[in-house]
Design a protein around this ligand. Sequence first.
Ligand code: XUL
Ligand code: CO
Length: 443
Amino acid sequence: MKKSRIHFPGIATVAYEGPRTDNALAFRHYDPTEVIDGRTMAEHLRFSIAYWHAFRGTGADPFGPGTIVRPWESGRDPVSVARTRMDAAFEFFQKIRAPFYCFHDRDIAPEGRTLAESNKFLDAIAAHAWDLQQATGVKLLWGTANLFSHPRYLAGASTNPDAHVFAYAAAQVKKALEITKQLGGENYVFWGGREGYETLLNTNLKREQDHLAAFLHMAVDYAKSIGFKGQFLIEPKPKEPTKHQYDFDVASGIAFLRTYGLESHFKFNIETNHATLAGHTFQHEIEVAAAAGMLGSIDANAGDLLLGWDTDQFNTDVRELTLAMISILRAGGLGSGGFNFDAKLRRPSIDPEDLFHAHIGGMDAYALAFKLARRILADGKFEQFVAERYASYDSGFGRAIETRRTNFRQLEKLVLTQLGEPTPRSGRQEYLENLLMSYLHGR
Ligand code: XUL
Ligand code: CO
């Protein structure tokens, strides 16, 4: 492979310099080579760069066009632009020291005039991606198909009222699965881009849900037939772009998968901003997935609580991330998943350097949260408090309730003859919040 030119001149590989450094382009908490429990921080955190934001984001919003102009975007042949863009992307992945990246099919290669031409473009760029992966060691965390941008998907993909669109989406996902397998992708994500509805006046909700399930079953069957071993992930989101998305949140996703017999094939890719749009905390969504053994991966970002849409910002809220990390570590980690920065620069942040500041902040916040969560779990104070709070279920009639060896009659008799009135006990929330604060502020 020929040596490509430098796309981020003047920006060196980001070094770990510790919390006291004045260097804004250094890590304060994320030392990728630091070994903790026999694994490096890079291996623990499995950070990933989202191709669509970092390399296709322009800053466009509903009120105006893009503001972010990258030098590698100039050129008339879209396939050679895609190739150079990918060179720039891998230079960034290396300099920011992210071991993984994620893409939609249409992020990395342009849409052609026909499906056959789109597939040809994708093949050419996937070959280039493989060369760059081999040369740099950067790996593919997950692939996915963009089934929401093209006008053909105006009313959804697998939930489109037109079976022709369903067929087209099936063909697109078939190809995306092949490319993901070819590039060693460790997961494959289904975010239901427009799988929802705007109005029930024109929608058959039951048929659309049946079609979505049929689509996912076909994807499972096809992945099996080509020997793709990656984990399938559902990424819930309650709304946007549609008024009501079918994969509203983790709980409704679990119900959907179980209803259609898909639960053994899927886990969840939980996005912070999607959680808050659904009226949940990030930690809540993680706990619900973990409770079902379906915690898969994280789309690491944040919303703005004063804005009602998916602002996809970089998350530097260490308190929120520490709580999330506690739940993730308690669940045994993310397995083949990772922390993918599905986050974008603000429209006025137009310099290439801004891309570095953004990811450094996100990575440092997660790394610090990881360390704090480990300390909190090692001390076990919260675990002990919670264990004691439920201790009445560990023996006697409490144990019989948990193991379903008692019933209403026996419990009534117990209350009438022995137990009488229960004694209320404090939940001690304020004490626990102060305890958390003591960890966050240098206990
Ligand atoms: C949209 C979103 C997507 C998915 C992948 O809100 O999060 O970028 O992560 O399709
Ligand atoms: Co996402």
